[in-house]
Write a protein that binds this ligand. Structure first.
Ligand code: 6R9
Length: 646
């Protein structure tokens, strides 16, 4: 359980000062109507027609939400549509020659107009159909950030085929597990790709996965490295297949609103990958509406989300949301510091990016590298900044706004999950004031509560667990149909979804996230949220990034171990003193770290989330367990030797 759960103690995070969005922003914002919250409340669930209206339906729906007697919930029941049609075809009459994709790779770049994207997607859809793929089959895609990744995704959904994208950085074992669970018989991959200037042998990993699974798998291989790889039986060359069907058109297959659009796996609490199936009508409506109202995306924009399409953020806010709105979406294959630490700002300047969406972990890295890198570039095209993935502390928020947003671009912190499909909590930048450190209010139509372990609402300002108390259009199939997902779903006659995040709500209804509910530290009977401690430490000048964990302690039960990655040249002894003082100020001396451990970097997953489980193991001198999800395993030895003996 999180934070000061049930202890009655108010958290230090409530009632932050609010910053109004500038007038120049609200004047042009897609969503600038303050009555949107009331309208959505009054007209719920019919309000979500606004989202569905952003799409073109083949057959219009009869009911917005069929929820009589709880699950199964049918969003937009009776409606049919095709996502590929919505992301491509319907834009052609108005903007066939506008760019749909800008791809920036390793020493190369490529662009696709909507017309060119349409040609690619149709050719690949025709090729997949010829390979025998049929509606509702699952095709696994194991590609890095290359334009062919969204092309194959859109080709699949054109045919009503379910795609299952597996992040390219995952191992062959992880790929095999996902393919086997899904029963997928076609895999699209590539020979390899460049990362930090060296080639990754992607096909080798795919080969190993293919022989590890029970079913027979055919493999389509995209040539990225030009190295003339051998393609054996059941292997096909992507370009040959595509070229054989170039110029063909494939009619988009109408799908029921509730039909699966794609499957994506996420980490479950059990340690086994958890399949999340998102729907065609509800999901697409929800991502389109949030792309418009939260990210303020306009068709004329150049929009860039720096996530990888292999994660939900890339599915929703690189591919489906932006393309459904007919904008230009940027794809970047590379790292933010290669060849130089100003790589991202160079891209923003070169393409005059209007809206930029990234993760707090990236922002903390930018802070660590220093403001001189963004300062080298003209970033004045940026109108709005977004963040997602983790809580963002106030200092990182301010740094982002100041050094990337020119001091006045609104910053939206967006809370959501693989399971929610699209944003549920954020500030509407054209309507709401921003509170740095707090994510924002539940979006119009979204209802949440913060509850104690018994499921009872806590008082305002107190910490508890967030629960979503009403269905939302982007909800996945399992939640729609009532499949048992942990403690979620029907309790008595109430329906609830538990995202397993700790939170507090302030007097204005703004939600501050406190981290996953399992990230709590109990020192001498008092519970502290790691986020609360981290936010105090991250506010200290000279701290680039921090993660706090609990280590077993003979007297207090648990002691606070703070792992800190300092900025550039910072005297550690002095920094340690200031960190202790900051924790004392924010929370009290009861929470003063037992140990402050300096490290050049924190252990992170490939999606950039700090792996606290590993830090807890290091702090306790325990076995580390599975480290395969780590992006930087080389850091572990150093962390172990820097951690004091216990
Ligand atoms: C989109 C994505 C979901 C978990 C979620 C929460 C954390 C995401 C956040 C945030 C605080 C935010 N999270 N956004 N915490 N503020 N703005 O990241 O999906 O990979 O499934 O992770 O990430 O803990 O439960 P996913």
């Amino acid at each position: 359980m999180t934070g000061s759960h049930g202890s009655g103690r108010k958290t230090a995070l409530e009632d932050r000062p609010a910053i109004d969005p500038p007038a120049w922003f609200t004047e042009q914002a897609n969503q600038a109507d303050p009555s949107v919250y009331d309208t959505f409340e009054r007209e719920w669930p019919a309000c979500w027609e606004q989202a569905a209206d952003l799409l073109e339906w083949e057959e219009s729906y009869d009911t917005v939400l069929d929820d009589e007697d709880g699950p199964p919930f049918e969003w937009f029941a009776g409606g049919t549509l095709n996502a590929s049609y919505n992301c491509i075809d319907r834009h052609l009459p108005e903007r066939k020659n506008q760019l749909a994709l800008i791809w920036e790779g390793h020493g190369e770049s490529r662009t696709y107009t909507y017309r060119e994207l349409s040609r690619e997607v149709n050719a690949v859809a025709a090729a997949l159909r010829e390979r025998g793929v049929e509606e509702d089959d699952v095709v696994t895609i194991y590609l890095p950030m290359v334009p062919e990744l969204p092309v194959v995704m859109l080709a699949c959904v054109r045919l009503g085929v379910v795609h299952n994208v597996v992040f390219a950085g995952f191992s062959s074992g992880a790929l095999a597990e996902r393919m086997e669970r899904t029963g997928s018989e076609l895999l699209v991959t590539c020979d390899g790709y460049y990362r930090r200037g060296s080639a990754v042998a992607q096909k080798n990993k795919a080969d190993n996965a293919r022989i590890a699974v029970e079913q027979d798998v055919s493999v389509v291989v995209l040539d990225r490295l030009g190295r003339d790889v051998h393609l054996g039986k059941d292997y096909y060359d992507y370009a040959t297949l595509r070229d054989a069907h170039d110029g063909e058109t494939v009619d988009p297959v109408p799908r029921d609103a509730g039909d699966t659009l794609f499957r994506i796996y996420t980490s479950g609490t059990t340690g086994e990958p958890k399949a999340v199936d998102h729907t065609t009508g509800g999901y697409l409506s929800h991502v389109a509406w949030t792309s418009e109202s939260v990210l303020d995306i306009k068709p004329t924009d150049t929009y860039w989300c720096s996530a990888d399409i292999g994660w939900i953020t890339g599915h929703s806010y690189i591919v489906y949301g932006p393309l459904a709105l007919g904008t230009t979406t940027v794809l970047y294959n590379g790292t933010p510091d290669h060849p130089e630490k100003d790589r991202l700002w160079d891209i923003v300047e070169r393409y005059a990016v209007d809206v930029f969406y990234t993760a707090p972990t990236a922002i903390r890295a930018f802070m660590k590298w220093g403001e001189e890198y963004p300062a080298r570039h003209d970033l004045s095209s940026l109108r709005l900044l977004g963040t997602v993935g983790e809580p963002i502390d106030e200092r990182a928020w301010q740094w982002y706004r100041e050094h990337i947003g020119g001091g006045d671009a609104p910053v939206v912190d967006t809370w959501w999950q693989t399971e929610t499909g699209a944003i549920l909590v954020a500030t509407l930048p054209g309507v709401d004031a921003m509170k740095p450190g707090a994510a924002g209010k539940p979006l119009p139509g979204i209802q949440t509560e913060v509850v104690d372990p018994a499921g009872e609402p806590v008082d305002r300002g107190e910490a508890g667990e967030l629960v979503v108390t009403r269905p939302w259009p982007g909800m996945p199939r399992a939640l729609r149909t009532g499949e048992d997902w942990g403690k979620s779903l029907v309790h008595g006659d109430e329906w609830r979804y538990y995202p397993e995040d700790g939170a507090t709500v302030d007097g204005d209804g703004y939600v501050t996230f406190l981290g996953r509910i399992d990230d709590a530290i109990n020192v001498a009977g008092r519970r502290f949220s790691t986020m609360e401690l981290e936010s105090a430490i991250a506010g200290v000048e000279g701290v680039a990034e921090t993660a706090v964990v609990g280590a077993d302690h003979a007297t207090t039960g648990t002691a606070v171990y703070a792992y800190v990655s300092p900025e550039g040249n910072c005297a550690e002894a002095d920094l340690e003193k200031r960190i202790e003082a900051a924790v004392e100020r924010a929370i009290g001396s009861v929470a003063t770290p037992e140990a402050v451990i300096f490290t050049p970097d924190l252990p992170k997953t490939r999606s950039g989330k700090v792996m606290r489980r590993l830090l807890t193991a290091v702090a306790n001198g325990d076995e580390l367990g599975d480290t395969s999800a780590l992006r930087n395993p080389e850091i572990l030895g150093e962390l172990q030797s820097a951690t004091p003996d216990r």
